[in-house]
Write a protein that binds this ligand. Structure first.
Ligand code: NDP
Length: 261
């Protein structure tokens, strides 16, 4: 096992790990020895990911499953409390849970949309980080936030999502300055399109979503859109000791597609 992928004795909490990028990331951390904590709102999906994690874990470690909605403060608190109660430590926090939204400044429910997207994509990260710092300081751990290329460039009908991710990027950079002296690294990954249920959660059908990814593939210099494992690999690298001199960066994983999406 290479040193970069040895997470034995590490406790890793991945939000939004009942599907998509978070689920694959949880399985990869489990494969390399971590005790993972998985969380989301869908219990069935969570159990399925738990089985996959236990199946690849070298010591058949069972993940801690916590049903939680990260847009609710009380759930965020319970998530960290459950983790510490079960394992007495936290080494790595992956703030991955997030959602997209189409928005127009003319939308009559624009403020409701604003609250919903910011609570899910940003407020949750701030609160989970607040709750985790004392534990990460003890383990000299690190935080990885999952942003988007949408945080780096604007898109029509996407200003709420773009703003939430742009703010997440700046939060990461500021926190890297504040937490560096405590021995905690903080980095952010900006993926371009990754084949998950993300677009279906925004309201597209499976067929529309697949069509979108097919059309985009030709536009990416590498000839394809991203897969969850591409982002999981980047997360594991940034979380590893081999990235110990890396903090406060935007790690852009976009297939060379400098013009989003
Ligand atoms: P998916 O929709 O496939 O998965 C999203 C995950 O987040 C699910 O596990 C979902 O679980 C969870 N989640 C969503 N809302 C909440 C909530 N309120 N509380 C708790 N869990 C929640 O999306 P991806 O895997 O693609 O997205 C992961 C991250 O990557 C997001 O932050 C997204 O913005 C970002 N990203 C994705 C890109 C893409 O093209 N796919 C591109 C760039 C960035 P459940 O439904 O069980 O609650």
């Amino acid at each position: 096992m290479s040193t970069s992928k040895n997470f034995a004795n590490k406790v890793v909490l991945i939000t939004g790990s009942s599907g998509g990028i978070g689920a694959v990331t949880a399985v990869e951390f489990a494969r390399y020895g971590a005790q993972v904590v998985i969380t989301g709102r869908n219990a069935d999906n969570l159990s399925e990911v738990a089985k996959q994690c236990a199946a690849v874990s070298p010591k058949s470690l069972k993940p801690l499953e916590v049903l939680a909605d990260v847009s609710k403060d009380v759930d965020c608190k319970r998530l960290i409390d459950s983790t510490i109660s079960a394992f007495k430590r936290l080494d790595i926090l992956v703030n991955n849970a997030g959602k997209g939204v189409m928005s127009s400044i003319s939308d009559t429910d624009i403020l409701d949309k604003y609250n919903d997207i910011m609570d899910t994509n940003l407020r949750s990260v701030i609160y989970l980080t607040h709750l985790s710092v004392e534990h990460l300081e003890k383990t000299k751990g690190n935080i990885i936030n999952i942003s988007s290329v949408s945080g780096l460039s604007p898109s029509a009908r996407g200003f709420l999502y773009c703003m939430s991710k742009c703010a997440l990027d700046m939060f990461t950079k500021c926190l890297a300055l504040e937490l560096g002296p405590k021995g905690i690294r903080v980095n952010v990954i900006n993926p371009a399109a990754v084949r998950t249920n993300f677009l279906q959660a925004v309201g597209l059908t499976k067929e529309q979503s697949e069509g979108f990814y097919s059309r985009l593939s030709g536009k990416y210099p590498v000839g394809r859109v991203g897969e969850p494992i591409d982002i999981a690999n980047a997360i594991l690298f940034l979380a590893s000791d081999e990235a110990s001199f890396v903090t406060g960066i935007n790690f852009v994983s976009d297939g060379g597609n400098l013009n989003a999406p």
